[in-house]
Design a protein around this ligand. Structure first.
Ligand code: CTP
Ligand code: ZN
Length: 154
């Protein structure tokens, strides 16, 4: 973004999710369960120019922080995102999202025949084969899940 303009104004207290992969802001909104009917100011910028990645999305949420499970979900679809905690207009904490090598609990296997989709008490487990474009391998059936398989579950 150029020094002379700001697409969305600064916030006083809350969370700024910055450097979201261009075009994925609305997926982040969905992950956070934001409907727009909360009494909060939410600002969303889509496909704004970014020095580092060409284009990026930004989501700013007044008065709310986000939990570790939400951070993991965001990492799946926006591996370069940064989570900034804002207090009294200052960035007091900046965290780059990080995908663990093994993903448990968050996702279901997209292969209907996988044992994790049967009545067996087996918990889904995936290995991150590639971060971008995303490729996850099911520990049980070897099925390769891509970003679109993941987005369908959010
Ligand atoms: N921000 C905001 N409100 C504030 C402070 C910061 O909305 N009161 C936003 C900024 O617009 C930016 C993000 O939070 O999108 C991170 O702020 P900052 O660390 O100041 O910006 P950069 O140095 O550009 O961040 P990075 O190095 O992560 O690109
Ligand atoms: Zn499977």
């Amino acid at each position: 973004m150029s020094e002379t303009m700001l697409y969305v104004s600064k916030i006083k207290d809350g969370t700024v999710i910055d450097h979201i992969t261009g075009g994925h802001a609305l997926d982040v909104i969905k992950i956070l369960g934001i409907t727009g009917r909360e009494n909060r100011v939410i600002t969303i910028a889509i496909n704004v120019p970014s020095k580092r990645y060409g284009f990026k999305d930004i989501v700013k949420i007044e008065g709310r922080e986000i939990n570790p499970q939400e951070v993991h979900k965001i990492a799946l679809i926006a591996p370069h995102a940064t989570i900034n905690i804002i207090r009294d207009y200052h960035v007091v904490e900046k965290q780059r999202v990080k995908l663990p090598k093994v993903i448990e609990n968050i996702l279901k296997c997209a292969n209907p025949a996988c044992i994790t989709n049967s009545n067996e008490p087996v918990r889904p487990k995936f290995y991150v084969e590639k971060e971008e474009p995303l490729l996850l391998k099911c520990h049980y059936c070897g099925y390769m899940m891509d970003k679109s398989d993941v987005l369908k579950q959010f």
